[in-house]
Design a protein around this ligand. Structure first.
Ligand code: NAI
Length: 397
């Protein structure tokens, strides 16, 4: 099939298998160029097919030589539909791991379900014995609660009052004023149910009860804080409540892992173009300004650079450096005063006319399409490609 990019709203409904494989191999090359790290030996990554989870898996596998078990929810090709980017990324990852002689297995299905937890435990028992690292990197709009069967949806809304600010349609470059009405109590609760830490706690409890966690096990989940200008829609909004819950869950999990001398961490990461962040109002405009400034200052990072730094500089230190709330801060460069002051200045000046001069909207757009395997210079998108890819190491539940 000749695969062309097709968009609907902020998502791309097609993905290019060759482009996705290229993204994966570039990330692997980056890790190899940086050299080996002291990491874990046997790693479970929940949310392993795109964004921060995929990068974490690549760093563990190709940086630390770890055996990895990845969990994700993706779709393979069927009929005229291509597979999702995460599906192709995972096929590519499995191919590369196989070539490198690394153990890896992938389970495709709903990580929120008991069934997935049971299957993961079964694979760990059978192939790995015990695991010493669990990366929790899910981003999902919905969660079916495993005990009650209730389906909750998350929303991205402010709390307490309406919020108005600039937002960009990154496809057209149009900047407009957006007003988001505040969430009602039910929506706050539902967002915490979907994106909070309950499922992370359930995973760690199930793994511990099954006795598949090694002495000294570590687990990490990802959070975000960001600048004042996005606080109303992010950190002080519904998703922020969920992140508060996720962060509090780290303490609960660490207590529960005491007898194994285990530890749970939250890492606050940098704002990046991923499938999830492009869905948040206001944030893509902030990211385009941020990219411009961070690239000019030569401190720009993507998921792979962030994850390499997380595992190389923080997670395996004798004492992991954390902030006053116990969180790892790899958003340090994003939050630097000089970076944030410049973003604030530009924020006031940016409009549809000045957008391409003041921001890196072009870089945003390119990276967005690259998430789906498009806009990569050396790939010929007129060529027929095989879209129906499967891998013997990927099992769908
Ligand atoms: P992403 O959309 O690239 O990846 C989400 C992953 O979750 C994919 O592997 C997907 O298959 C998996 N997934 C979703 N629902 C699932 C389900 N029901 N069962 C199994 N797997 C499922 O997202 P991204 O941006 O990498 O986010 C990961 C974490 O990092 C989130 O907690 C997010 O809040 C956090 N984060 C993201 C930042 C950003 O700017 N993108 C910044 C800081 C933190």
């Amino acid at each position: 099939m000749i695969v062309k990019k097709k968009t609907r709203g902020f998502i791309c409904t097609t993905a290019h298998p060759v482009g996705c494989a290229d993204n994966v191999s570039k990330q692997i090359d980056y890790v190899k160029s940086k050299g080996p790290i002291d990491g874990s030996n046997k790693v479970l990554v929940i949310g392993a097919s795109t964004g921060y989870g995929l990068a974490s898996r690549i760093v563990q596998a190709f940086g630390a030589g770890a055996d990895t078990l990845g969990v994700f929810y993706e779709r393979q090709a069927s009929g005229k539909r291509t597979g999702t980017a995460g599906w192709y990324n995972s096929v590519a990852f499995e191919n590369e791991a196989l070539k490198a002689g690394l153990y890896s297995r992938s389970l495709n299905g709903d990580a929120f379900s008991d069934e997935m937890k049971e299957k993961v435990i079964q694979v760990i028992r059978q192939d790995l014995g015990k695991i010493d690292m669990v990366v929790y990197s899910l981003a999902s709009p919905k969660r079916m609660h495993p005990k009650t069967g209730v389906l909750s949806s998350s929303v991205l809304k402010p709390i307490g009052g309406a919020y108005s600010n600039k937002t960009v349609d990154f496809h057209t470059g149009d900047i407009s004023e957006i007003t988001i009405e505040p969430a009602v109590e039910e929506e706050i609760k539902d967002t915490v149910t979907v994106m909070g830490g309950e499922d992370w706690q359930l995973w760690m409890k199930a793994l511990k009860e099954a006795d598949v966690l090694a002495e000294g096990v570590k687990t990490v989940a990802y959070s975000y804080i960001g600048p004042e200008l996005t606080h109303a829609v992010y950190r002080q909004g519904t998703i922020g409540r969920a992140k508060d819950h996720l962060e509090a869950s780290a303490g609960i999990i660490t207590d529960d892992l005491k007898d194994l001398s285990g530890q749970a961490f939250v890492s606050v990461n940098k704002a990046l173009v991923t499938q999830s962040s492009s869905a948040i109002p206001v944030v893509p405009l902030y990211i385009s300004l941020l990219y411009k400034i961070m690239k000019e200052k030569d401190i720009h990072e993507n998921c792979i650079e962030q994850c390499y730094r997380l595992f190389d500089d923080f997670m395996y230190e004798e004492t992991t450096p954390v902030d006053e709330s116990g969180r790892i801060r790899i958003d340090d460069l994003e939050m630097r005063d000089d970076v944030q002051e410049t973003v604030e200045n530009l924020w006031d000046q940016v409009n549809s006319e000045t957008l391409s001069d003041l921001s890196d909207i072009e870089g945003y757009r390119t990276e967005f399409y690259q998430l789906f395997g498009f806009n990569i210079d050396h790939i010929d998108y007129e060529q027929e490609v095989e879209v129906d890819l499967v891998h013997e190491r990927i099992h769908t539940l």
